[in-house]
Structure formats: C-alpha cells, structure tokens
Ligand binder design. Sequence first.
Ligand code: EPU
Length: 784
Amino acid sequence: MKLTSEATAVRADSQRKKFRRRDPLPDLSRFLTTEQHRIHLVGVAGSGMSGLAGLLIELGHAVSGSDKGSTTETERLQRLGLRFHEQHLAEHADAADLVVFSSAIKDDNPILLTARGCGKPLFRRAEAVAAIMQAKRGIVIAGMHGKTTTSAMTAHVLREGGLHPSHYVGAEIPILGTNAYWNQRGEYFVAEGDESDGTLRCFHPEHAVILNIEEEHLDFYPDLAAIEKVFAQLIDQTSGSVLYNVDDPNTARLCSKHKRAVSYGFSEQADYRGADVELRNFGSSFLVVRRGEKLGQATLNVPGEHNVHNALGVIALASELSIPFDKITASLRKFEHARRRFEIKYASDRFLLVDDYAHHPTEIRATLRAAKSIGRRRLVTMFQPHRFSRTKALCREFGSAFDDADLVMVTDVYPASEPPIPGITGRTIVDEIVRHAHHGVTYQPHLQSVHRDVGNMLEAGDLVLSLGAGNIHEQLEILAADLVIAEKLKTIVGKEGEVRLYEPLSNHTTLRVGGPAQFWVEPRTEQGFSKLIRFCHDEHLPLFVIGRGSNLLVRDGGIRGVVVHPRRGDFEKIAVDGCEITAGAGVKLRQVAYAARAANLGGLEWMEGIPGTVGGGLRMNAGAIGAQTFENVTRIRYLDAEGNSHVKNRNELEVFYRRFPLLEKNFAVSATFCGQPAERGEIDARLRESQEKRRTTQPVAKSAGCIFKNPATIPAGKLVDELGLKNSRVGNARVSRVHGNFIVNDGDATAAEVLELIDDIKSVARKKRGIELETEVEIVGEPE
Ligand code: EPU
C-alpha cells in the first residue's frame, strides 16, 4: 500500500516544510489499524512515543525504536516485543515500512535524513495517533493544564462504565495499567492531545474536552492567537460534542460557538455545574447540577479544586455518553492519580512528600493551593524550571506562583531538547520570586544537591513538594527513600535523640571541611546507642562515630550511612570518685582536665591542650606534652559491633602510639581516668604550661590538629619546617606558619585541597629525606 501524505504540523521553519505530504489520514489509518507492517519509532523512550509503541505492538506490527537511553518504559516494551536501539543509526530503520518521529527529534537525525532521502513514509507522532483514532470513535482531551489527569479519568470512567475504551495518555497511569492500550472490543478511543507542537490539528475526533487555553509553549507559538487558531481547528474538526470549561474565558469564547457545545464549570450558566465544593485531605466532594437539575454528590480522592474542575469535564462527557451518574461517581471515587500528578512518595504523621508535574505558573499555583489545603505545618518546594524558552517567556508569572510555599528551592533549567538561552537559568526565576517579596527562596544550581539541601532543612510537620516536568522527581525519590530509614532511626533514639538528614560535616569538624552525613544521629542514652548499632548491623548500614571532629578529615562527598554523634545525656556525664574520674564518650578532654582540678587531682592537665572528646581521645590514644590518653585510663566501657556492652580494665587493653585497635570495630561509651592527689597550685601551673605551649606553638585557626604522626627520627612539624614547606598552599588549604604539622583552612577550603597538600608534603619528605610520613588525622568519606 502506498502512503502519500502531508504532515499537518504548522511549524513554519523551512526544514519542516520540505516534508509536507498530502492528506495522509485515511490511508494511514488503514495501514496502522488493519494491516501489519514494520514500523520504526525515532525517540521511542519519550512518554508519548512509548505509548504509541505499545499501541502499535498491540495492533500486531513489528515495532523497532531508537533513543539516547533506555528507560523502564522501553524495558517494559522490549518485553512485549519492541526491538530497541540505544542510539539513532540509519540502518536500524532500513527494514521499516514506515518511520514515526517525536517532535523532540532534530531534523538532522540520521534516521530521518535517510528515510527522507529514500522517500520512506515519515510521520509525526500525533499524525500516527490521530490515524489510529480514526479507526474508533475518538475522544480528545486538550488544554494547557490537567490533560493527563483528565484523559486518565475519562478512560477510567468509560472503562468502569462498560465501554471498553482504548486509551492513549501522556504518563504512566497505575489505575489504567499502562499509558496506552488498544481494546479491540470497545468503540471509543480516548487520547490526550498535545498542543505543544501544533499537531492538535491532526485530530478529527467525535468528541473533545477542552480544559483551558492560555499562553504556553512560546518556543513554538508566536502568541496566544496562534495557539487559539490550533484549538479552533480542532474544535471545528470535532463532529460530536465539545465539552468545555466555561470558567476559562479563552476556552468559552472559542468553544461556545460549536453546534454541540456543552459547558461545565462553577459558573451559574454551566450546563454541568459544580457547587458546594468541599476540599479535604487529598480529596474533595461537590454537588453536580445539570441545567438546573441536581444530579447528586460526587467525591474525589485526588486533591485540589483544579481536579474538581477536571472531573466536571469528565462527568459532562460521560453523561453525554449515557453512563449513569451513579456509575460515574462510583468510578470517580476510585480514581487514583497518574504518575507524577500529586503522587505521594512518602506519608507519615511527621512528613509528607509529594511529587507533581506542574511546570507552568498556573499549574504551580493550583498544586500549591491543593498542597496547602492539606494543612501541614510548612510547605517546602523544590522546583526545576522546564525549558529555557518557558523560563524566559513566563518568568514574571513564575515570580508570583510560589506565594503559598514557605520555602522554595529552585534548581537549574531542564532543557528538554532546547539549546540554552544566554542569561536564562534557574536564577532568573529566583530573582523574580525575590522581587515578589518572597523571603524563603534559595537557588541550588546543582540538581544532585537539591535533595540534600531540602533534606537537611526538614522539620517535623513539613510537606515537601517536587515540581517540574524534568527529572526533579528523582531528587524527591532519593529523599523519600532516605526518610524511611531516618524515621526508623528516629524511633530508635526516641524523642530526646536527634536525627538529621545530610548534615554537613563541615559544621562538625574543627577543620571545617567535609561533605554531608547521609544520616546524622545523636543518641542520648547508652541503650539508644546500643539499639542503633544493632539496627545498622542488621540492615548492613555503615556506622561511623564522630566526636568533636578534631582529628578528622572528611572527604567532600561526605559519609554514606549513619554518622553517630554521642552527645548530651549519658555521654556527657562526668563523675568523680576518689582518684577516679568517669566521663562519657562525648565529654571534652578539656572538661576532664578541669574536673580533675576541681577534685584536686593532678596528672590530667595535658588534656587541656587536646581539642577532642573522651571517645576521640581513646580512639586514637591522643596525647600532648609527652603524655597520652591510656597512661591515665583505668578502664573503659564500650559497645561491640552487635551493640552489647563490655567493661575492660587497662591491663586487658592493647594500645599503641596514636592507635587503639579495640575501638576500630567497637564504640566507646565512657572511660575512667585516674589522677593523683595534688596541690591546686601545682595543677594550675601545669594547666598554664599547657595553655602557654598551645598558645605559642600552635595556630589559632581552623585546623585538624597535627596532620602527621611524628616519625621516629624527627617530629613531623620540624621536618615540614626544615623542608621549607610552611605557608605552602593548595587553594584555601595552607601549611600553618606557626607549626609545620598543622594545615589550616583559610576560607572555604575543600577536603580535596587539603588532601592534595598532604600528598605534596609527603612526596617532598620522601624525595628529599627518604621519610615516609603517615597521617595521624583520620581520613574518611567519599570523594565528590
Ligand atoms: N617544631 C619545629 N617547627 C615547627 C613545629 C615544630 O621546629 O613548625 C619542633 C618544635 O620546636 C619541637 C618539635 O618540633 O622541638 C615538636 O613540636 P611540638 O612540641 O609542637 O610537638 P609535636 O610533636 O609537633 C605533639 C602532638 C600535638 C600536641 C603537642 C603538644 C603529635 C603528632 N602531636 O606535637 O598533638 O598538641 O605535642 O605538646 O604527637 C594532635 O595530636 O593533633 C596534636 C596537635
């Protein structure tokens, strides 16, 4: 069969004009719905194209497709028979009788070029969908906002009403099974019409539902008039009823003239009118009145007034198709959302995480209004603008779209298929929101960091919303998965304990560098700590303990798993009994020195000069002025890798210079130190000596203490000094001028800079003196 056709798209660029064909639809419809062929889809992974692939497979064609990368959709389709190619190579379509391409595909795509060159029939996605629709009684749902939800709702209500419809919608719809379905039995075909590229003109449906018309897709249309022209043609080509939203002036103006126009909405003159709308958590109920006659009450389990509106369109259509009102309302009550349409990703009393596809200011306003009506304490929004052209054209409107959100984090633009527009970024929208006097907006240009920044600011009672048509939902999904674990950790440490997500470790290290801790946990009791260890052990979650973070270098990618900070409660208890001082792991060594002074105990003064905690001091057998921790320890209490507690006396412990192996796999709870009775004056003199030593030999700056262990032959500081490396730097990391064994952070130094400086020093020491320096500072975490 020969296909001669004319692409019905109105795109004005000359490239596209070359491929115009004459009147394709009657033949194409037969070709696609009554015959079997080999068909290749270019850009098959897209949401619309994957639906078309599904339909064509069900219609019995041998379908192949190409795209830049695979998705769960292409994997599903492969299981149904799609031959998928992960790049666009001309030869993949050699055997095809026909090629269909997505609007996102550029004109220089090799498959398009070759198909064109050899005169192979080439159609746009909408042409193919419209041709398939020709074989049935078509229903097109069109409008700027709410199409996917409304088409899914329509297909669902028609299906429940026993009409066995086929459907084609733009997203995965759990309640419908798939985004597209060909039902041999039924007469109707429900399709979401895409207005973004002018291809709405391809459709000649029996019925149309027109939701709203406003300025959008200004990358394609010069103005609103051009958009209206496309809608007017669709309306003109609709042979049966045009169901239209009477509350939208543009829609009402265009549709009311149709010979079978049926209006719906909230205004008095609507043929199908919604009244007494009551919005509640995730849903609504409202009265439906048809031309003055009360049809009854309807209930929705999808949130927001905008969905009441969408449902009125569906009710109007289904009633015109003679589905009884009771059946319509029963199926509406069961309707669940399409993917990415107010999709709940996590819900508990403390947090609610919702993802929504809203990317136009009108949609954002509606979604935020629906979210606010749920009545959580704060509304925290992460937004990814979609397309540079939309960001530019509607930036003013975006500025006022976030009024209902308490906090807004904006990331960079998801380009879709567009090249960047100079000066247009996520910041363009942030500036507009700020200009609109919103005080809670921040810009995070790195998408990958959005879940971290938002996660770290979470407070119980927050509703977190991801908004956008790109891939921002992945950030919410990561957050939701981590929140599940964080909430379990919270139950373990109880009300008094604290759990935070993605806590920046630069706030908890004395060097002030380091990426985030995936889970930051502060237990307050030994029992809580023990349960926490057991949980991490059972769940194979890595666990790392951090005290004052004074001898620690955390890499810029942070620490994966649980970072425990034993603080307050049991861990800050300090008790003196005779010559013994027992102190929790979270007590600062300096506090031990002063508690000893208060009890007139000497020998612990050196602890004054160590910036760590008891836990940290034990872990590395810290020392100063020739003394080291274990010289004063009588016994320690610790938890093993399964959370069981043990007490060990000094003589049972194996200890080395700056190393205590037992705590490499176990966790300190407390230590008992032994002092000797001494004169207060004597103690004070030694404390002063330590202070003086620190003051005169060590830098007052952000540092991690001594970086290297002292080699046997020479103190590391002296060596670095002799090598002339003092004051050398990498970025903002610098060797201290005061002491050669200190690296100081001059500003926003990164861990990578500190590590590079360490390597530089090591290699000079090796080359010039044959000394292999070993780091004393503990280096942990992942590179960025
Ligand atoms: N020195 C130099 N140039 C320098 C630094 C030091 O010539 O730039 C000389 C000093 O004059 C001294 C010798 O090197 O003769 C040792 O220096 P220092 O007395 O400062 O002691 P250290 O061995 O460098 C140790 C601990 C410090 C602790 C001090 C306090 C180690 C690796 N470091 O430093 O601990 O504060 O003693 O006496 O054992 C830490 O562990 O993080 C830490 C800072």
